[in-house]
Design a protein around this ligand. Structure first.
Ligand code: SF4
Length: 927
């Protein structure tokens, strides 16, 4: 920004503007590259400083005991700030805090969080520390007011330079789209435009993005040359691949076995359950098997993967390495969720009508800047910072309003990212897909081309993934936004539909349509309070039911007969009755508009070109309303058999979703996969329990005509593991005693272990509590404690873990699912990994087993998860490793044996907690 600005940051006792107290103010008066003056003071708050704030900022009670009160510093602070624009990171909060004291009310605000959100469209995180690190800005005392204020000013300087570097037409468009939106990027954009325009004549026409308007250059045709891969060469290649270092065994004989078994199954048109060795090497062998068969037989093979981490490894490392090895003869493509692709038509619509909210302005700016930087229209090229932004993206993606080929003109379709992806998939040997997308196969929304051969990696997760794929969600925010958009004649869907007609129709005809549109808007407006009440009553069910307790990020309640019989549900049902009628009326109204357009088309020649598009919009809205009504009906009346219904909300209660998912996935697998395909190989390291495929075979309906084979890791390639079971741990339900013993155990281990410790928990809260208690003592002992919820991306945490000489990494098992960390020689598990009781899908599946559900379902599932946890122990072949299981049920309950028996043979030691560190130390020392 031109002229002087104030960079500002406050440290406070909390994040609620109404109740928090200021404990530190930092401000800098800046012009251009220069800091003219600094201001910093600690403030004595009216309340005690919470421990967590001291933990984050380092500011203690005694530091502020003699500091001035906020009231006494206000005059000098107000004079320092004056009427200058205020720059800061998430500055709205700081300014609102000052506004409480009538300071800084009229000053323009510039938020570096908002600017970075679109100028750096694909960053993993947008907090000040991450941005500083990314842009090389020094921030030594993060969370201290003056340091943060100066860092945000330096960040601002860099973002300002990026703004000025944008093409003039784009800057002008951003200015136009953000004007009057109360968006804290607006002032900087408008100032940048003024500066950029100096000396220029005019901004010029809006940018056109060729990647969204030009068709795909014809996709490659699959070649007929077989590269004749040698398993041994490929094994050697595997050892050099990033992500596979430290995973020996890939060059041994077993990848060839995986290759041979999968290839033979496909060749004989057979199905196979194939247990592979764990880790990236197992995944490598699986991907290799798919690629080898596809090339050898010139048959497309779909390779379906469950976790994002494994998907990333296969798509970014393993398949590109094979492509290179085979000199580009292997073609692979990715079939993603439709919601991953930007719809150029919807983007054009938003650019035309302009954003209706700050979130829309921010997302539009982010997309336009990303496209200008060469993005292709894939969601992965962008990073959305919250659910609101995700919601806006959803309205711009191909997920919306059935965009099947028949609805879209050929010309536009050919150029849209969704269809380009489909075309590429048609010509590929390997089509890489997430497992959940298999559920859409055969429907109009599938992006998978015809295929007869399917290789499913991480098959132990298939049931959950397909359940997710078949899930339907009604989200409160999105539903309300949809109906609010029908009520908005200025910017909403009705404007999209009728706006272009104002210049074509006679005033009389247009007035009739406008009156009709007003009636629709009024109905929609009347629906909004009813929709809110409907959702509120459903939310109230969560408090009345048993679900929704605990510290999980989401509170969930399965909708069962008792829930449906409760007062909140009955109230919700009454509201839905009224809403249902309104929805029917709206749907009929949009169909009438479609009919009226058809008649008007006969009279107005000028309407000929526009008609197909308008008719499509009206039809899509009507269909969307029908879908909404059907789904809400099904939810309220449990209309579909074998379906699980549940309500979920986040802990803050600001997100509410109504969900349904299929219960009987096994039947679907049997019909669509085992019976529908020529060859299906389901591969995973976790298909057997104590050498038996029965449990997973049953879950996957793989009993008849499906071969079962296992490829083992050779003895020499396994680590030398000891399992230590403390026998005097309190039971996990003795919360306080158990937590104290767990902490003591971790301190003991971290105190002597010169290496990496991975500690897995079943609860985020527990990991956080441990962090709070142990970070100080462990840091004094030279151990870097890293907690997965404490900020930083997963790769950043892994990098830190791997770089540290001594580190303790805490996290929940799910956070680390699909992530393999080489070099972990000590693994601790806090509790046996039983499924959370509050999970509606797990509960419904378990109910199907009746009285035997624990033995037949819950226990088996936990044993498989335990094996997955165990495989995180990865010190290297023949090297010593230790697993400590802090859950005494492993020794005190009869079922504990099932867990132990599921592991490879090894040494098991039982003893008191106090003895643990000596036994573990000896184990490492002996080795
Ligand atoms: S096919 Fe779908 S995503 Fe592509 S332009 Fe048409 S409506 Fe948009």
């Amino acid at each position: 920004m031109r002229g002087e600005v104030i960079a500002l940051d406050l440290e406070t006792t909390g994040l609620d503007v109404k109740t928090a107290d200021i404990i530190e103010i930092g401000a800098a008066k800046c012009r251009g590259d220069e800091i003219l003056e600094r201001y910093q003071t600690l403030i004595k708050p009216g309340h005690a400083i919470p421990e967590i704030v001291t933990f984050i900022t380092g500011i203690k009670e005694e530091d502020v005991a003699e500091s001035p009160s906020i009231e006494s510093v206000l005059p000098e602070l107000a004079a320092f700030i004056g009427d200058r624009p205020i720059v800061g990171h998430r500055i709205e909060f700081d300014v609102q805090m000052l506004n409480r004291y009538e300071v800084a009310r009229p000053n323009p605000r510039v938020d570096t969080f908002e600017l970075a959100g679109f100028l750096l469209p694909n960053l993993g995180r947008y907090n000040l520390s991450s941005l500083s690190q990314e842009l090389g800005i020094e921030l030594t005392n993060a969370h201290r007011a003056l340091d943060d204020a100066i860092a945000s000013w330096q960040l601002y300087r860099q973002l300002w330079a990026r703004l000025l570097a944008l093409p003039l037409p784009l800057l002008a468009e951003l200015d136009q789209q953000s004007r009057g939106r109360a968006w804290d990027a607006e002032a900087a954009i408008s100032d940048a435009l003024i500066e950029a325009l100096a000396g220029a004549e005019a901004p010029g026409d809006r940018l056109d993005f060729p990647q969204l308007t030009a068709p795909l250059i014809p996709p490659p045709t699959p070649l007929t040359v077989h590269p004749n891969p040698q398993a041994s060469d490929l094994g050697a290649l595997a050892e050099k691949l990033p992500g596979l270092e430290g995973y020996p065994g890939a060059s041994g004989n077993w990848p060839a076995q995986v290759l041979g078994l999968a290839g033979a199954a496909f060749q004989r048109d057979k199905h196979l359950l194939l247990e592979t060795p764990p880790g990236p090497a197992g995944l490598w062998a699986t991907a290799l098997a798919a690629a080898d068969y596809a090339l050898t037989h010139q048959e497309p093979v779909v390779l379906a993967i469950a976790t994002p981490q494994s998907y990333e490894l296969v798509s970014k490392t393993l398949l590109p390495a094979l492509q290179k090895q085979w000199e580009g003869r292997l073609h692979f493509s990715e079939a993603l969720d439709r919601g991953q692709y930007l719809c150029p038509q919807r983007l054009a619509g938003l650019r035309e009508r302009g954003p209706a909210s700050v979130a829309e302005a921010a997302v539009l700016a982010k997309i336009l800047v990303a496209l200008q930087q060469g993005a292709t229209g894939n969601k992965r090229e962008l990073n959305f910072r919250n659910n609101q932004e995700q919601g806006v993206w959803a309205t711009l993606s191909a997920e919306q309003d059935r965009c099947e080929a028949s609805h879209c003109e050929e010309e536009i379709k050919q150029a849209c990212p969704l269809h380009k992806a489909y075309q590429q998939a048609q010509a590929a040997h390997i089509i890489l897909s997430r497992q959940s997308l298999l559920m859409h196969e055969g429907t109009g929304s599938s992006l998978l081309p015809q295929h007869q051969y399917l290789l499913i990696a991480e098959a132990h997760l298939l049931e959950n993934q397909l359940t997710d794929g078949g899930r339907y969600t009604l989200e409160r925010g999105r539903v309300l936004a949809k109906f609010a958009s029908f009520a908005d004649l200025e910017k909403g869907r009705l404007h999209d539909l009728l706006g272009p007609l104002s210049e074509i129709l006679t005033p009389g005809h247009y007035a009739k349509l406008a009156t009709f549109a007003e009636a629709i808007a009024e109905t929609s407006l009347a629906m909004l309070p009813l929709l809110r009440k409907w959702f509120s009553e459903l939310e109230a069910c969560l408090s009345h039911g048993e679900g929704g307790q605990g510290d999980a990020p989401l509170r969930k309640l399965r909708v069962t007969a008792p829930v449906r019989g409760g007062a909140p549900w009955q109230n919700a049902a009454r509201y839905w009755g009224k809403l249902r009628e309104y929805t029917e009326d709206l749907q009929a109204a949009f169909l009438k508009i479609a009919g009226a357009l058809g008649q008007l088309r006969q009279r107005y020649e000028d309407l000929e070109d526009l008609y197909p598009q308008l008719n499509k919009v009206a039809g899509a809205i009507a269909q969307d309303l029908q879908d909404f009504r059907d789904r809400a009906d099904q939810f309220m009346q449990a209309k579909q058999k074998h379906t699980i219904y549940w309500i979920e909300t986040n802990q803050e209660g600001d997100e509410l979703r109504l969900l349904s998912a299929p219960l009987q996935i096994g039947d679907w697998i049997e019909e669509k996969l085992w019976e529908g395909k020529s060859g299906v190989v389901m591969a995973s390291p976790y298909l057997r329990i104590q050498g038996d495929f029965q449990f997973m075979g049953d879950r996957l309906n793989a009993a008849r005509g499906v071969d079962q084979r296992a490829v083992e890791v050779p003895e020499n390639d396994r680590p030398n593991v000891m399992i230590y079971l403390p026998t005097d741990m309190p039971e996990p339900n003795q919360r306080t005693e158990y937590q104290a013993a767990l902490q003591a155990g971790l301190v003991d281990l971290a105190g002597f272990h010169w290496g990496k410790i991975l500690s897995l928990f079943t609860s985020n809260q527990q990991a956080k509590e441990i962090t709070m208690q142990l970070s100080e003592p462990l840091s004094q002992a030279g151990v870097d404690l890293i907690e997965s919820g404490s900020g930083g991306t997963r790769p950043q945490m892994l990098e830190r873990f791997q770089a540290a000489e001594r580190a303790l990494l805490l996290g929940t098992e799910f956070y680390w699912e699909g992530v393999d960390i080489p070099g972990v020689s000590l693994l601790t598990l806090a509790r046996l990994p039983f499924e959370a009781l509050s999970d509606p899908v797990g509960e419904a599946r378990s109910d199907q087993y009746g009285q035997d559900s624990f033995k037949e379902y819950t226990l088996n599932l936990a044993v498989l998860r335990f094996r997955q946890n165990y495989d995180r122990l990865n010190p290297g072949p023949g090297r010593p490793g230790v697993l400590v299981m802090f859950d005494r049920r492993m020794t005190s309950k009869p079922y504990g044996k099932a867990f132990l028996d599921s592991l490879p043979d090894g040494v098991v030691e039982r003893g008191p907690l106090a003895k643990m560190k000596f036994v573990v130390r000896d184990w490492f020392a002996k080795a």
